[in-house]
Write a protein that binds this ligand. Structure first.
Ligand SMILES: Nc1ncnc2c1ncn2[C@@H]1O[C@H](COP(=O)(O)OS(=O)(=O)O)[C@@H](OP(=O)(O)O)[C@H]1O
Length: 372
């Protein structure tokens, strides 16, 4: 109103204007006065208004966001603070981060890396098709055990890559945890015992052994599944079947000569540092075998019969509750295959062939595995 009176004083002829024109003119002048008194940007906002407007911009109204909330200076705009370049130490920090940090979700714990990658303290060195995967999967549910998931083949195929490469394959462990890996071919590789002892003479070794005849048939069944045009088992296993001459150079046969391979290991490790798991008992009594493995590794007996159930469909024990999920779990399809049928005569001949080696092996380890 003051503006209207002022206007009348300055322009005395204004009485000639119509009432409507005066009204419009006075409204316009009022607006000018208002703008002069309250310059833009000093309008009060409720705390949180800025954040709200910027958060909306993440939705479908992205353009609107750009035009309104994101025209605010960076340090007043919470959605931009995290992305802004770091301030130099002598510059003042913006005053808003408190509110912004509260709105930012914390990173999940799984993103944080605890512990260090360490060389294994214990290795499952064999034997192929003995049940090595079952032992590793069962022992790694123990909270003090961490294991490399895949076979590293460091000591047989990748030794030239060096120990640092090997260590990089290991999972991170806390001080209280032991690192493990399994590569079943180690047991029959000549250089492996020397190489493992060069890494550490204290390495604990686990060998899962199984009746060498069924082990050979299991080995052959696996190869056949990958190479269907393979010669028959008998053709590969015997030089001359009618004379009972076994072909010891065939890998599937050679691996089962446990006593010979063990002699090589005993040149580098005392027997007390090698633990033998019965592949047969691992199926009939997994908790019993795992109790002995835990004792050997100096671990508290945490993996017990509570962790296993017998899966009738699979025909094998499975884990009730594995490490990372809440559902039961059996080993994969390549574990527990139906074996190729081999005639009784061939099996008897192979039993005769292996008997002296088995007896020697029982004597060496001080345990009768009763492979008949
Ligand atoms: N719980 C359980 N589930 C499935 N399979 C089991 C289990 N426990 C021992 N086994 C036996 O493990 C045999 C495979 O041995 P490996 O894991 O040492 O095989 S491999 O060398 O790694 O290929 C596999 O041999 P095949 O039966 O001949 O397939 C199984 O007999």
């Amino acid at each position: 109103m003051a503006c209207v009176l002022l206007f009348c004083r300055l322009f005395p002829f204004s009485h000639r204007l119509t009432g409507t024109s005066i009204c419009l003119l006075s409204l316009f002048l009022s607006y000018l006065c208002y703008c002069a008194i309250f310059p833009s940007g000093t309008v009060m906002q409720k705390p949180g208004d800025v954040a709200t407007s910027c958060q909306r911009a993440d939705g479908p109204k992205r353009r609107l966001q750009k035009s309104i909330s994101c025209l605010l200076p960076a340090d007043a705009n919470p959605s931009r603070v995290d992305r802004a370049p770091r301030h130099k130490s002598n510059q003042r920090r913006p005053s808003t981060p408190q509110v912004v940090r509260n709105d930012t979700p914390s990173p999940p714990m799984s993103h944080l890396k605890f512990g260090h990658k360490k060389l294994p303290k214990a290795i499952i060195v064999g034997v192929k098709k003995g049940g090595t995967r079952a032992v590793l999967e069962f022992i790694r549910i123990h909270p003090d055990v961490r294991a490399a998931g895949t076979e590293t083949h460091f000591f047989d195929r990748n030794y030239d890559r060096g120990l640092e490469w090997y260590r990089s394959l290991m999972p991170r462990t806390l001080e209280s945890q032991i690192t493990m890996e399994k590569t079943p071919s180690y047991f029959v590789t000549k250089e492996t015992p020397r190489r493992i002892s060069a890494m550490s003479q204290d390495t604990k070794l686990i060998v899962v052994v199984r009746d060498p005849v069924t082990r050979a048939i299991s080995d052959y069944t696996q190869t056949l599944s990958k190479t269907p045009d393979l010669p028959s088992f008998q053709e590969l296993a015997f030089r001359n079947q009618s004379l009972g001459m076994v072909d010891m150079s065939w890998n599937a046969i050679r691996i089962g000569l446990y006593a010979l391979h063990l002699e090589n290991w005993l040149r580098y490790f005392p027997l007390t540092q090698i633990h033998f798991v019965s592949g047969e008992r691992l199926i009939t009594d997994p908790a019993g075998e795992l109790a002995r493995v835990q004792d050997f590794l100096g671990l508290k007996r945490i993996v017990t019969d509570k962790h296993f159930y017998f899966n009738r469909t699979k025909g094998f024990p499975c884990l009730k509750k594995p490490e990372s999920s809440g559902s039961p779990r059996c080993l994969g399809k390549s574990k527990g295959r139906t074996h190729v049928q081999i005639d009784r005569d061939a099996i008897e001949q192979l039993r005769d062939f292996y008997r002296p080696y088995n007896v020697k092996f029982y004597e060496m380890v001080g345990h009768d595995f009763k492979w008949e």
